[in-house]
Design a protein around this ligand. Structure first.
Ligand code: P1T
Length: 408
């Protein structure tokens, strides 16, 4: 098969964009005139291959779906616009997009990664990528000086989450990007923007080179698509990553592209409501006698609240609390919830609760978890779109069941 670079025109949505986020998310890339039938809603093009009138002449613009697909193009154009990026690529999962970035590296390269990172990213870097001769230093990136100190002559990538999963620590994206680029301008800074979504934070505007998303979470928002995305402004980076996407093949299916594109249409309204409910939950828990401590970047008690106010347009829908007691209390609390569901994942319309030490971050060693502060009483809440009063009533009854008066 021919080399892919000439086979499609990349998204250049920001050059013709709309001034406000909600309008971008609804209209970018969606022009009905691109379809002969002028459909308002993008068509799902399930075809894996496309007719050529003459060998290697693509009159319809597409060759083979791994290299490009009309439904994927609509969605990627919209994604790029949402992230204030020139280009976007979509993948079959968040980790597949992570893998595609790593596939631009070579044996002997070095990565700096924030120590509090999604357990799956940690596992991939330290237990899979490490076998390929690529080393990773896990450092506390909430202080950009630690990033500067960890950079080596062979460092090619800095990977951060902000807020981090699960402790909701913030990285100063601009300070981290400046530290990395002043050490070596060719270092690629990736920000995993999953927790904030494109609605609340635009890391490319702050100096990051690539924004990564687990689309599975807020961006799709309905718990029915596994997906990942990479957004960037550099054509050179886009070409490299597009080549990897085509060569490796971890692309998003046309149907999932259609679904995630639909999810983006309501991102703005969903995120506002997620945040409203998250504030209510965080304030309720912070005032609760059965709760030891609450972490939510929107609360003044968050140690980086000032950075949270400066860096993004909001604080998101994730809340962490440490309940009083131990593992027994956490288990009883989680299994007593009736509106929140005990499950992994986050960012959907339904409220979820989980225990990172035994679930999403169980692949990290006990020693590392202890060092990071991921204890057995750390409960992670993904606050959904249910009625606020029902959420608070649910938390109240579960806390009462789980934490006895003797522990107050
Ligand atoms: O699950 P997947 O779409 O492959 O995305 C991986 C991923 C990447 N980055 C962050 C910040 C994430 O939270 C995730 C997935 N996280 C969960 C499933 C979870 O419950 O935390």
């Amino acid at each position: 098969m021919a080399e892919p670079s000439a086979k499609r025109s990349p998204a250049e949505a920001s050059e013709e964009g709309f001034p406000h986020f909600a309008t971008q998310a609804i209209h970018s890339g969606q022009d009905p005139d691109q379809w002969r039938c002028q459909a308002m809603i993008p068509l799902i093009s399930l075809s894996t291959t496309f007719k050529q009138n003459s060998p290697a002449v693509l009159s319809g613009g597409y060759e083979y779906t791994r290299g490009g697909n009309p439904t994927r193009k609509v969605y990627e154009d919209c994604l790029a616009a949402c992230e204030n990026a020139k280009y976007a690529l979509s993948f079959s999962s968040g980790l597949a997009s992570c893998m595609s970035v790593i596939n631009t590296l070579s044996s002997g390269d070095h990565i700096v990664c924030c120590d509090d990172v999604y357990g799956g990213t940690n596992r991939y870097l330290n237990r899979v990528v490490a076998r390929m001769g690529i080393t990773t230093s896990m450092v506390d990136c909430s202080n950009a000086d630690n990033v500067a100190a960890a950079i080596k002559p062979n460092t090619k990538l800095v990977w951060i989450e902000s807020p981090t999963n699960p402790l909701l620590k913030l990285c100063d994206i601009k300070a981290v990007a400046d530290a990395a680029h002043s050490a070596n301008k060719d270092i690629i800074v990736v920000t995993d923007n999953t927790f904030m979504s494109s609605y609340f934070q635009h890391p490319l505007d702050l100096g990051a080179d690539i924004v990564m998303h687990s689309i599975t979470k807020y961006m799709n928002g309905h718990g029915d698509v596994l997906g990942g995305a990479l957004c960037m402004n550099s054509k050179d980076l886009y070409d490299k990553l597009y080549f990897v996407q085509y060569a490796v093949g971890a692309v998003q299916s046309p149907f999932d592209c259609y679904m995630a594109n639909r999810g983006l249409k309501t991102l703005a309204v969903r995120m506002k409501q997620h945040q409203k409910n998250a504030f209510a939950v965080a304030r309720f828990l912070e005032a609760h006698s059965r709760v030891e401590r609450v972490v939510y970047p929107g609360l003044p008690s968050h140690p980086q609240h000032e950075l949270a106010c400066r860096q993004g347009k909001g604080f998101g829908g994730m809340v962490v609390c440490f309940i009083k007691g131990g593992l027994e209390q956490s288990k009883t609390f989680l299994s007593s919830l009736k509106v929140f569901t005990l499950a992994e994942s986050l960012g959907g319309f339904e409220s979820l609760a989980e225990l990172p030490s035994r679930m999403t971050h169980a692949s990290i060693t006990q020693e590392e978890r202890t060092k990071l502060g991921i204890s057995d009483t750390l409960i992670r809440l993904s606050v959904g779109l249910e009625e606020e009063e029902d959420l608070l009533t649910d938390l109240e009854q579960a806390l009462k069941k789980a934490v006895p008066d003797s522990l107050l």
